[in-house]
Unconditional design. Structure first.
Length: 370
């Protein structure tokens, strides 16, 4: 790729970050492994979306549509709270236009499959988790480009925003509907095969992220990774953490039970980083996006680590209280049942009432056959 074709934003005259990112993007684009990496990103996204579709049951989907709490929480968490959070962090840390677009893109993404796995580990509501992930993925087809268009206005005079491929973003999102639909069909006709595919998709999620991180780090080089601004690393740490807190607060406002609050918290903070990576890789030129291609991978690293700490804290401190609450409810039910049986026995022990000829009432004891 000739340097004369390099976009103005990546030319390196826009600040200390611009030059280094542009140089990294040029090196990144010249590697022959880049095309193979694009294929890996696309395949990983397809497997993830297939697994998501296999986790959706039509009966549960119909129930959620009749009482669309999960749909509403997905809407508020993924397309109100997270895009606004990404926008505010980009302003607070004064990111350049390239880094800001990468952060905004990650913030506007729907929920990811990692939240489904973590919800199981914290005794969350699995049905709610899956419905929120599926709903946010479908809503992203329309709301993700809209959020990107709204929040990128602050950087509208920069080349990276003027070249923001909203049409390509919508096309990438639309392409995810096919594997999701196929997964729903498999779940409907072959439930056992669907269960297996769900497990495969979760493992492929972890493997794909590790491979992407290693390959991208190798292609970009350690020197360029060291030149990524500290503010970008700070946002990668703070953004999922704040997302978890916002989700928990949102569920608290809706007065949801504790296990649902944990679910909504994880759903809000866990973004679909495969989708974000695919959009950055498949819709932006390497010279334009540069090393900011690494941001969703950094986000994935820290969102997984923080979710892991969340799970660990729950296993150490919250698990016992959860069991005690459940046991307490069972004991209350058992005690009430015993009292009811005792009263029934007491009522029958007094005897039967008989009426004699002289209008007198006499109690006759009854004997219980053993």
């Amino acid at each position: 790729m000739a340097s004369s074709a390099q976009p103005p934003a990546a030319a390196g005259g826009g600040g200390p970050d611009g030059g280094s990112l542009a140089g990294g993007g040029e090196t990144f684009g010249d590697r022959s492994l880049s095309q193979g990496l694009s294929v890996l990103v696309g395949l990983g996204l397809c497997v993830t979306m297939l697994g998501l579709g296999c986790a959706v049951e039509l009966g549960q989907l119909g129930h959620q549509l009749r009482r669309p709490v999960g749909l509403l929480l997905a809407l508020l968490g993924q397309f109100v709270a997270m895009p606004l959070l990404a926008f505010l962090l980009a302003l607070i840390f004064a990111l350049d236009e390239v880094a800001a677009v990468a952060v905004l893109l990650c913030g506007c993404c729907p929920g990811g499959n990692l939240s489904n796995l973590m919800s199981v580990l914290v005794d969350g509501d699995m049905n709610l988790s899956i419905i929120m992930t599926a709903s946010s993925t479908l809503l992203a087809l329309f709301l993700m480009p809209l959020c990107l268009w709204i929040y990128s206005r602050h950087w509208i005079n920069t080349a990276v925003v003027q070249l923001l491929p909203l049409g390509a973003v919508s096309l990438t999102l639309g392409s995810t509907l096919l594997p999701i639909g196929l997964g729903v069909l498999i779940r409907y006709r072959h439930p056992r095969a669907a269960d297996l595919l769900v497990k495969i998709s979760l493992w492929s999620l972890l493997v794909t992220l590790v491979v992407l991180f290693i390959l991208t780090g190798t292609m970009l080089g350690p020197d360029l990774l060291a030149q990524i601004p500290a503010s970008v690393y700070a946002i990668a740490v703070l953004m999922p953490l704040a997302g978890y807190a916002l989700g928990y607060g949102l569920a608290t406002i809706f007065k949801m039970p504790p296990h649902c609050r944990r679910t909504v918290s994880l759903e809000t903070g866990c973004q679909n980083v495969q989708l974000c990576t695919a959009i950055l890789k498949l819709t932006f030129s390497p010279e334009l996006i540069g090393s900011m291609y690494m941001f969703p991978l950094l986000y994935a690293l820290f969102q997984s680590a923080e979710a892991g700490l969340f799970v660990l804290a729950y296993k150490m401190y919250g698990k016992d209280s959860y069991k005690q609450d459940t046991l307490g409810e069972e004991e209350d039910t058992d005690i009430s049942y015993k009292k009811l049986k005792e009263e029934e026995v007491a009522d029958t022990s007094y005897g039967t009432v008989t009426t004699e000829e002289h209008n007198s009432i006499q109690m006759e004891p009854t004997q219980t056959a053993l």
